[in-house]
Design a protein around this ligand. Sequence first.
Ligand SMILES: [Zn+2]
Length: 315
Amino acid sequence: MKKTKNYAGFVIDLLFGLLICAAAPPMGAATKKLNVVTSTADMAALAQEVGGDKISVESIAKGYQDPHFVEAKPSFLLKLRQADLLISVGLQLETGWLPPLITQSGNPRIQVGAPGYLDASQFSEILDIPQGTVTRAEGDVHPLGNPHYWLDPDNGRRIARGIANKLADLDPGETAYFQRQFQDFDKRLSAAEQRWDAEMKPYRGLKIITYHRSFPNFAKHFGLEVIGYVEPRPGIPPTPSHTIELIQLIKRENCKAVLVEPYFDLKTPQSIGRESGAQVVVYLPSVGGEKQVTTYFELFDYDIELLIKAFQSSH
Ligand SMILES: [Zn+2]
């Protein structure tokens, strides 16, 4: 470097420096983002809504997988090791695969009870809470109540608020940002809810069957009645005697549709549909169940359109 610099050279250096400053993000912005890992894609979608560009977020389970049974890949450990926040669905939904990952990650920030661990069930309305004692020995995978609670927009709002508050706790300097993000999400969700409620209004009171008990919160919100399940109990595969009972029930109750999550075998639902006349619908319980469903809003758009089509074509 030259020892002396003329004025023009100095100005050029200065301008160049300014250009670099303008082009590059503010110092440290990339490293300041909170690193969020979620157990399921729905929690990631909600976290993204309120975390905006102040977080990076990734889900362990994909939306097309059964969230009760996820294969624990070693790559998940690396993600958990670097996480500032882990958001789980809770109520033992992930009990078969998440606890060992948390332990093995060795990350003190995200251990259960640590500030970087958030169980979203605490914010939500939980249905199907069992009376008396239920043990997993009976094969029931919902011993603490129904963990598929995110399919009610009211719960989506509550979860998003809970996540926004947690993000503010972890990054207090951005509290106002996370609050604004939540308010914006809340406004968009309320508008969407009005539209969804209006679309579903003509179908209130209709009876449906679902394969797994993934749908009670959606059904409650939109006024559908779930009268039976292809699984005799949550997590227990269909049996011939239960299937025959179900076909009789569908005929007797004039049930319109059998809803199936994308990760179950369609054979039994299809034979139920054939025998009973009910429409068989593969709906999406989660964001990412189909490629085009990338947000919490698109999830409801997709399922509502599907349901309405099925109701319209049933007799
Ligand atoms: Zn379940």
